[in-house]
Design a protein around this ligand. Structure first.
Ligand code: ATP
Length: 259
């Protein structure tokens, strides 16, 4: 589905990402981990058209996506969330989701100005679908509250719901557990498992919460100073001496099953 080859991003003299390669297949959950500043978010920014790579190739379902604008990438069914939540905080919860469905509407500007039958039908349909989606994220009772009035955990859930409204095949989650308490993190872990099953998406996940990553990923890629230093199953990663040295600090003793 996604094939990343020798991706490099230079800022001035700094190689933020250096010859990074990764393949993601259908409905896989892949973790991207590494110390602060290792280049993880820069990888996301290249995958989503925010940055144009200095070199390397990026193919999605066999098509080159380098040079595409972020909205074109979203139309190509890659959606993301951000490390720092980026909701429209003064819009209602449901409007945040409806904006994302907007990528797929068929009515044109005249339909919307004159509120044609087609416009009204599509609007009603989007409202219905948005409410259904919010229900699955237990946010339907807050649909008409302003997004900024949600709790932190709820805002993170809303960001994921909004990304899913764009109907992605590949979902990129940038530190979804950041700032969550342990209970919220457990619920998030379940939510990600459920999303994969229910929406049949592949997920690329940046996360510092090692327990979450180990418990949920099929494979994990480890970045250090922009270079991929390891890739493998959670078990392989936790036993890899390079990873232990660069990132984990000490061997991870947790049990995958209890994440
Ligand atoms: N737009 C930019 N201009 C210059 N340098 C940048 C830019 N974006 C990122 N960098 C640098 O690239 C390196 C990788 O940053 P990046 O944010 O991708 O790391 P990260 O692994 O996501 O870190 P964190 O875990 O802290 O979010 C850092 O040294 C960062 O300062």
């Amino acid at each position: 589905m996604l094939s990343v080859k020798n991706l490099t991003m230079e800022f001035g003299g700094l190689k933020a990402v250096d010859n990074f390669s990764l393949d993601i297949g259908e409905t896989q959950v892949i973790g991207l981990i590494g110390p602060n500043g290792a280049g993880k978010t820069t990888v996301f920014n290249m995958l989503t058209g925010v940055y144009k790579p200095t070199s390397g190739s990026l193919e999605y379902n066999g098509n080159n996506i380098i040079g595409m604008k972020p909205y074109e990438i979203t139309k190509n069914k890659i959606a993301r969330t951000f490390q720092n939540i980026r909701l429209f905080s003064n819009l209602s919860v449901i409007d945040n989701v409806k904006v994302s469905y907007g990528y797929r509407v068929k009515y044109n500007i005249l339909d919307s100005i004159f509120k044609s039958g087609r416009y009204m039908r599509e609007e009603n349909e989007i409202e219905k679908k948005s409410l259904e989606l919010l229900k699955t994220f237990s946010l339907d009772d807050k649909a008409y509250d302003k997004a900024k009035n949600l709790s932190y955990g709820e805002q993170r859930r809303l960001e994921i719901a909004r990304a899913l409204a764009a109907s992605p095949e590949l979902l990129l989650l940038d530190e979804p557990a950041a700032g969550m308490n342990p209970q919220e993190t457990i619920e998030l872990t379940e939510l990600i498992r459920w999303i994969r099953k229910e929406f049949k998406v592949s997920i690329l996940l940046i996360e510092h919460d090692i327990k979450l990553i180990m418990g949920i990923c099929d494979r994990i890629a480890v970045l250090d100073y922009g270079k991929k230093i390891a890739e493998g199953t959670p078990q392989e990663i936790k036993d890899n001496p390079k990873v232990i040295e660069a990132y984990l600090g000490e061997p991870y003793e947790g049990n995958e099953a209890d994440a």
